[in-house]
Design a protein around this ligand. Structure first.
Ligand code: OGA
Ligand code: NI
Length: 357
């Protein structure tokens, strides 16, 4: 039985290694050759991730149909799309990046007061998974819960400094949560279901949300490691605020890794496992990873819109026919997430192991 109370080895913040001016990375970050970001696996074949303008959806104009169709197609073919005119104020987005950059610049001992454990992952951390001797990723992160309110704890788990961090993160989280509500309605309609379907399946008012702020420090040997190993996100929907200037996210498309070019001011949205399950595979939760970089540090902020932890989630019965049987069993999000919490990022291996056909 894996112990989820503590890390199997002392955790070293990657930022402290990077700031120390290393010229080579320690052994435990060196991936086996097959997992390294090789050039031929990242060919840019001229494909670009769909960019959807949400203005039509917000003002209810005739453009809204085109935007919805673009989202449905993107969720089926890519599992990913970018959104512009998404309704979150640009100055709030900038403030959010600013407070978290500032947090990561604070002294190490201050950050380590918030050091996390694998029991809940909340706080400042540098690894996911509790397998002793695992090869680690070149990144640090801060993870916190916004909803449900019963588990949100400013005092225990949210940085006290910079002083505006808590209120900016609250406001940003509230706005992105609203955006997810809109997207969930669009996704429900694309399945021919009523627009509240997905929200209800997620537990309605019990829907959860959390934020993971990722810091990928400069890496002297980016060709040997990864900032974040391949994974699909376990929850419902993810809204990523990526660095406008530093690329790093790669998405698996038709078997190859494609580097995402973030559109300034856009969010990158992706379908996560629970929506793949409810849609019975119509919408795809796609593998993605982050490559490391020797020249620039990179910051990204992932907002996760998740089902209530103990609601059973399975394929929507309305979508099933004798020709289209359920592809996944019904399990709770808490059970599903436990897999990642023990093993760390491991591609789509969990979804594959759950698959019934
Ligand atoms: C994540 C994630 C991508 C990035 O946090 O789940 O996939 O670009 N992040 O940091
Ligand atoms: Ni992810």
């Amino acid at each position: 039985m894996d112990d989820l109370r503590q890390w199997p080895e002392p955790v070293v913040p990657v930022q402290s290694l990077s700031d120390g001016g290393l010229t080579s990375i320690p052994e435990k970050y060196v991936k086996p050759p097959s997992d390294r970001p090789s050039l031929e696996a990242t060919l840019d074949r001229g494909l670009t991730m769909p960019v959807v303008d949400l203005r039509g959806i917000y003002d209810g104009s005739v453009d809204s149909r085109a935007a919805m169709v673009a989202i449905w197609d993107a969720c089926k073919e890519w599992g990913f799309f970018q959104v512009i005119n998404h309704g979150v104020r640009p100055d709030l987005v900038e403030e959010m990046k600013g407070v978290w950059r500032e947090f990561f610049r604070r002294p190490l001992d201050e950050k380590q007061r918030y050091a996390n454990s694998p029991a809940t992952y909340e706080g400042y951390g540098s690894r996911v998974g509790v397998e002793k001797g695992a090869v680690l990723d070149w990144g640090d992160y801060y993870f916190l819960h916004l909803l449900p309110l019963s588990i949100k704890s400013h005092d225990r788990h949210w940085p006290a400094r910079p002083s505006t961090l808590r209120c900016v993160t609250e406001e940003y989280g509230g706005e992105v949560f609203k955006l997810c509500g809109v997207l969930l309605r669009v996704l429900s309609m694309g399945l021919g279901l009523d627009e509240e379907y997905l929200r209800r399946a997620f537990g309605g008012d019990g829907t959860a949300s959390c934020v993971r702020v990722n810091l990928y420090p400069k890496c002297p040997q980016p060709e040997l490691t990864l900032g974040l190993s391949p994974h699909s996100d376990p929850g419902g929907l993810t809204v990523l605020l990526a660095d406008d200037h530093v690329e790093g996210l790669q998405v698996r498309k038709d078997g190859a890794w494609l580097t995402v070019r973030p559109v300034p001011g856009a969010f990158i949205v992706n379908v996560a496992d629970q929506i793949e399950v409810i849609s019975n595979g119509i919408y795809k939760s796609v593998d993605h990873r982050v490559i490391a970089n020797s020249k620039d540090e990179r910051l990204s902020i992932a907002f996760f819109y998740n089902p209530e932890g103990d609601v059973a989630i399975g394929p929507a019965p309305e979508l099933l026919t004798p020709q289209l049987p359920p592809l996944y069993p019904c399990i709770t999000f808490n059970e599903h997430r436990m897999y990642v919490r023990k093993r760390g990022p491991s591609g789509k291996s969990q979804m594959k192991s759950l698959k019934l056909y």
